[in-house]
Design a protein around this ligand. Structure first.
Ligand SMILES: *Cc1c(COP(=O)(O)O)cnc(C)c1O
Length: 369
């Protein structure tokens, strides 16, 4: 039996070995290993890609979100609207600055924050709406931005899953006041280690984040604020510059696979396929289906050599880490139901047609088709 990996991290290196090895040698021979030219160049390339004025490379995606909140002066006593259905990093960034994450349930069709539920959760302490373009599909941003404008709130995009995703022809990362990016190896644009970035059109925010990420100093040994060590590694910046040139092509291949899944599985009523609103151009970071017999389906696919994952099995409000928030089962039933029914099936730029065919026939066979 041929195995279909859920995530293939080796093929990108094999495809780009010559360029990546050259990038490695360039950095090693430069004698410069913190910030500098490679990081500057990647920041230019990535802000051009996102169509934003600024990009600041940081250590990882969680830091990117944390630094944005800190730079906006959000902290103790403040509230930040977050999705109830997300990876825990979104909530942790809010907790890091001492603010309180206020969870909002998703639209079950898109898995993304339900903008119709946001306004009733706003209080005098609310400072920002931290949206997540979950699974690579953008949030309905016009609705969120209209609410934010009415209440004078910042809109922050958690773009960790949305490299190359678009909303009404506009790039993720340029849709709100600031965006946090992760280049964790498994993301659509992934480094060979941890890496992250912030994009924004806000000059003042950009300046503050440049300072905060580097010990709170603009000039070496002159520390203006109690900053952090959260700098993008030049080696990772050099690798990311190589991979960025391939992102659009790789995303097109993801889309091809997604369309193939959507058309080949549409006659299975037990299975809910992803819904793509007309304004969305998803990056297809993951392809998430819903199924009442999710666990049985996952087991069956595993027995047939097909790797799957669950994004995510426990919603943040039920995780041990957030016990102190006092939430219980039933508090966010949509997020809980999603956690119990979702299954991510293999998708990626290096997945071959015979492999996607194998995934499709295994899912069909599970349903006796
Ligand atoms: C990956 C991810 C992050 C965190 O990124 P790291 O680089 O691992 O810190 C944050 N939010 C979401 C939605 C993610 O998927």
């Amino acid at each position: 039996m041929n195995k279909v990996l859920f995530l293939d991290l080796k093929s990108p290196y094999q495809e780009l070995q010559t360029e990546l090895d050259a990038a490695y040698r360039r950095v090693m021979e430069s004698g410069w290993y913190i910030l500098g030219e490679e990081v500057d160049s990647f920041e230019k390339d990535f802000s051009a890609f996102c169509q934003t004025k600024h990009c600041m490379g940081v250590a990882n995606g969680l830091d990117a979100l944390h630094l944005i909140l800190r730079a906006y002066g959000i902290g103790e006593g403040d509230e930040v609207i977050v999705p109830s259905n997300t990876y825990i990093a979104t909530w942790l960034a809010v907790s890091y600055v001492g603010a309180r994450p206020i969870p909002i349930e998703p639209d079950p069709a898109t898995f993304n924050i339900d903008s119709a539920r946001i306004e009733s959760a706003i209080t005098p302490r609310t400072r920002a709406i931290l949206v997540v373009h979950l699974y690579g599909q953008t949030v309905d941003m016009d609705a969120v931005l209209a609410i934010a404008r009415r209440h004078n709130l910042k809109v922050i995009e958690d773009s960790a899953q949305a490299h190359g995703a678009a909303y009404k022809q506009k790039q993720a990362g340029a849709l709100g006041d600031a965006a946090g990016w992760s280049f964790y190896p498994g993301k659509n644009l992934g480094a060979f280690g941890d890496a992250g970035a912030v994009t924004t059109n806000d000059d003042e925010l950009a300046e503050r984040i440049r300072t905060l990420r580097n010990y709170g100093s603009k000039v070496k040994y002159f520390n203006e604020v109690k900053g952090y060590n959260s700098r993008l590694d030049p080696l990772q910046a050099a690798f990311l510059r190589v991979k960025l040139k391939h992102l659009n092509g790789w995303n097109s291949r993801r889309k091809e696979i997604a369309l193939q899944y959507l058309s080949s599985l549409s006659d299975l009523p037990e299975l809910t396929l992803p819904h793509v609103p007309e304004w969305a151009d998803p990056a297809w970071h993951v392809f998430v289906i819903r199924h009442a017999q999710r666990d049985a389906l996952q087991k069956y696919l595993g027995e047939n050599g097909i790797g799957t994952l669950i994004h995510y099995p426990i919603p943040p409000h039920l995780s041990e880490a957030y016990q102190d928030a006092g939430y219980g089962r039933g508090d966010f039933p949509l997020a809980e139901n999603i956690a119990q029914t979702v299954l991510s099936i293999p998708i990626g730029p290096h997945l071959a047609s015979h492999q996607t065919a194998q995934v499709i026939s295994a899912i069909r066979a599970f349903h006796g088709k």
